[in-house]
Design a protein around this ligand. Structure first.
Ligand SMILES: *[C@@H]1O[C@H](CO)[C@@H](O)[C@H](O)[C@H]1NC(C)=O
Ligand SMILES: *[C@@H]1O[C@H](CO)[C@@H](O)[C@H](O)[C@H]1NC(C)=O
Ligand SMILES: *[C@@H]1O[C@H](CO)[C@@H](O)[C@H](O)[C@H]1NC(C)=O
Ligand SMILES: *[C@@H]1O[C@H](CO)[C@@H](O)[C@H](O)[C@H]1NC(C)=O
Ligand SMILES: *[C@@H]1O[C@H](CO)[C@@H](O)[C@H](O)[C@H]1NC(C)=O
Ligand SMILES: *[C@@H]1O[C@H](CO)[C@@H](O)[C@H](O)[C@H]1NC(C)=O
Ligand SMILES: *[C@@H]1O[C@H](CO)[C@@H](O)[C@H](O)[C@H]1NC(C)=O
Ligand SMILES: *[C@@H]1O[C@H](CO)[C@@H](O)[C@H](O)[C@H]1NC(C)=O
Ligand SMILES: *[C@@H]1O[C@H](CO)[C@@H](O)[C@H](O)[C@H]1NC(C)=O
Ligand SMILES: *[C@@H]1O[C@H](CO)[C@@H](O)[C@H](O)[C@H]1NC(C)=O
Ligand SMILES: *[C@@H]1O[C@H](CO)[C@@H](O)[C@H](O)[C@H]1NC(C)=O
Ligand SMILES: *[C@@H]1O[C@H](CO)[C@@H](O)[C@H](O)[C@H]1NC(C)=O
Ligand SMILES: [Cu+2]
Length: 575
């Protein structure tokens, strides 16, 4: 699993030896460590939920390879596409300083790697530690093409919390018995909602509560009295998940690869795209306990996968064969969701903390939500009002280009691929969260375009994400590529710029790459656009991304060598 190059292994050992005496020398030596992987994307036949089917995976398994890397290291990952589909890999949450060509979303930073072709992603781990993950960024292929990406502290450094006895990734995912590309194309053809999934997974396994799944249930063996680090990743496509362990509390120490003030809780909520690192102490009577996850479904009246995935926490020497099941929050428990999301704060004294930028250059207000596009003449559509479901930001429903990636268009100054007229606020304001607007025909229709926002290098941007009630309110996990942002405040109803500003946490807000905007509410984020490139900003529910809930931030060069994007690698895939 751990594929360090020969020289990287040597450097790692040398730096560890020197660390005690020559920390400075060691860290400068360690900064040259290179972590190399080859990812071969191909078909795999698997048995799940009593059925045999063919899925797309990396290196013969799903989840794919777990990448172990340290802050300061360099990653070189060679991707060979032997699958029948176009592929790209996105390194979710990686800053990609001056390496926007390696970010991965198709038609954003690259054209896809076509079947039979390959591409090499190269990036450095700068100023971030914790848990991230990688996933395909083409259609819905990330359902099975994903894996963990663990960023350890700089070589020779430790965590800002007691060293855990052992660490385990807990990768939650979502499973369809059908081919996911068929599920998506059927929905896009009909204009209706896609079929819901058949199961959730813990590290690739549905767990005991599903048919034909008992055999492979994921199991961790713990020793009484020891503390473990669980790195929880939500790789599901369309569902936020509550996660709990029977009789055990957890202490959150990081989210989205940023350290947090230790936060004690009995439940974790994790949205697609997010990660949560928790410390778990095996302090209960020797026995066997389930860890379990199921949906937080914030949209009322919308069909969702209401099944529960489980893994087992088994104490050393337990004789129990019937683990205890935790009681998970109700599917619509927004109070618990909001408490978890809003109580977490950043670890100001920890590594990689960055203060909140004070002067704002760009104030943006973005509505996020659903809508409809016209079904088209002669067609019949199964979206609301007989139209086609769509999703939008400030009523612009994003259409990806097909001829050239936006980053190449930006770099080579090619016009006609996107337009940079994204408005700083909706052109037609309305009472956003008023449910009487849900099917208001004068508000609900949207249209497709490739409209992006241009930003000057180093500008400080504040964005208010405002959920809308069009079709229905829902919690949208908004993700921005290539940067982390501070989460200044969150609330319900319509954002009020005069009263809600007073609630901003400018002292120790959490830093994230994905924020679950409260259902029927708003969230305010702030960041510095200090990385030149084209960065996708989108809802991480794939159904909404496919319907257009996206735009991109085009960040200019800063005019110095260290603020200028280099040209693309010579093997960048062509459209
Ligand atoms: C990444 O790190 C390597 C050294 O490991 C360095 O040579 C290279 O310039 C860095 N790349 C960027 C884009 O910072
Ligand atoms: C991979 O699976 C797909 C069906 O999911 C099939 O059409 C294709 O022929 C398979 N390719 C190979 C190389 O086995
Ligand atoms: C979606 O569900 C419908 C109804 O159960 C079924 O007829 C259809 O085949 C499913 N689509 C896919 C792609 O599995
Ligand atoms: C259960 O798993 C074991 C090993 O993992 C395998 O040998 C056995 O065939 C499996 N049993 C069933 C019923 O799938
Ligand atoms: C978990 O924490 C809650 C309070 O947050 C406390 O009431 C409960 O006793 C704790 N449970 C365990 C097993 O420590
Ligand atoms: C899940 O949904 C199905 C179908 O709507 C329903 O029959 C079932 O009772 C639900 N299960 C739970 C645990 O809510
Ligand atoms: C488990 O059992 C073994 C053998 O009886 C014993 O040596 C060990 O101390 C036990 N471990 C715990 C945590 O009780
Ligand atoms: C949550 O769902 C239950 C039934 O499943 C319903 O009785 C309750 O009103 C819902 N609560 C909210 C806040 O929507
Ligand atoms: C934690 O959440 C609860 C419920 O939303 C709220 O009352 C409390 O003020 C929050 N505490 C902090 C420190 O944010
Ligand atoms: C719609 O149907 C009419 C009559 O059958 C036909 O003339 C027209 O070309 C069709 N339009 C589209 C967009 O398919
Ligand atoms: C960007 O801002 C940083 C301070 O945050 C400053 O050190 C740097 O010189 C600026 N770069 C450019 C190109 O303006
Ligand atoms: C794969 O990518 C190429 C290049 O962009 C494109 O022409 C082709 O239509 C794509 N194939 C599919 C099935 O989307
Ligand atoms: Cu992403």
């Amino acid at each position: 699993m751990r594929a360090l190059s020969f020289s990287a292994v040597c450097m790692g050992r040398i730096s560890l030896l020197l660390a005690a005496a020559f920390t400075l020398l060691a860290s400068s030596l360690a900064s040259a460590a290179v972590v190399r992987h080859t990812f071969t994307v191909q078909n795999l036949t698997v048995q799940k939920l009593c059925q045999e089917r063919v899925i797309t995976v990396v290196n013969g398994k799903s989840p794919g390879p777990l990448i172990h890397i340290h802050r300061g290291d360099r990653a070189i990952i060679h991707v060979i596409n032997k699958s029948p589909y176009n592929i790209t890999i996105h390194w979710h949450g990686i800053f990609q300083r001056l390496t926007a060509w390696s970010d991965g979303p198709d038609y954003t930073t690259q054209c896809p790697i076509q079947p039979g072709r390959s591409y090499t992603y190269r990036f450095n781990i700068t100023n971030q530690e914790g848990t991230l993950w990688w996933h395909a960024h083409v259609n819905w292929l990330r359902a099975t093409v994903y894996g963990g990406l663990i960023l350890y502290p700089e070589r020779g450094h430790s965590y800002p919390f007691p060293k855990p006895h052992k660490e385990y990734p807990i990768i939650l995912a979502e499973w369809w018995n059908a081919n996911v590309n068929d599920v998506l194309s059927q929905a896009l053809a009909s204009g209706g909602a896609p079929n819901i999934s058949d199961a959730y997974l813990v590290n690739g396994q549905p767990g005991d509560l599903y048919n034909c799944s008992k055999n492979g249930t994921y199991k961790i063996e713990v020793t009484h009295g020891k503390t473990y680090l669980l790195r929880i990743i939500n790789a599901a496509l369309n569902n936020q998940l509550f996660f709990k362990i029977a009789n055990h509390n957890m202490t959150v120490v990081a989210v989205d690869a940023t350290y947090t003030t230790p936060y004690h809780t009995d439940v974790v909520l994790v949205a697609p795209g997010q990660t949560t690192d928790v410390l778990l102490t095996a302090d209960q009577p020797i026995g066997s306990y389930y860890m379990a996850a199921r949906a937080y479904a914030s949209a009322a009246g919308v069909k969702f996968d209401n099944t529960t995935t489980t893994g087992i926490l088994a104490y050393e020497n337990t004789t129990s064969t019937s683990p205890l099941l935790p009681t998970l929050p109700a599917y619509n428990d927004t109070n618990t969701a909001h408490k978890f999301n809003s109580n977490i704060t950043g670890l100001v004294s920890g590594p990689c903390w960055r203060g909140v930028p004070k002067e704002v250059d760009e104030h943006m207000f973005m509505t996020v939500g659903l809508g409809l596009v016209s079904c088209g003449r002669n067609a019949t559509c199964s979206g609301s009002l007989g139209q086609r479901f769509a999703a939008s930001i400030s009523n612009l429903s994003f259409q990806f280009p097909t001829k050239l990636s936006m980053l190449e268009a930006h770099f080579y100054n090619v016009s006609g691929i996107y337009n940079a007229s994204f408005p700083d606020k909706p052109l037609a304001p309305f009472d956003y969260t008023n449910s009487s607007n849900s099917l208001n025909q004068s508000l609900i229709m949207t249209s497709k375009s490739t409209t992006v926002k241009k930003l000057k290098f180093n500008s400080t941007v504040e964005i208010v994400f405002q959920d809308t009630a069009l079709i229905g309110v829902e919690n949208h996990p908004m993700h921005i590529h290539g940067l982390n942002f501070h989460v200044l405040a969150q609330g319900f109803g319509n954002y009020n710029s005069s009263t809600d500003r007073k609630k901003f946490n400018l002292v120790n807000p959490q830093m994230r790459n994905t924020i679950g905007v409260p259902v029927g509410g708003w969230a305010v984020i702030r960041f510095k656009a200090n990385n030149p490139g084209v960065w996708l900003l989108h809802c991480h529910l794939d159904v909404h991304l496919s319907w257009g809930l996206a735009t991109a931030l085009v960040v200019d060069n800063g005019g110095t060598p260290s603020s200028t994007l280099p040209p693309p690698p010579s093997n960048l895939p062509k459209c």
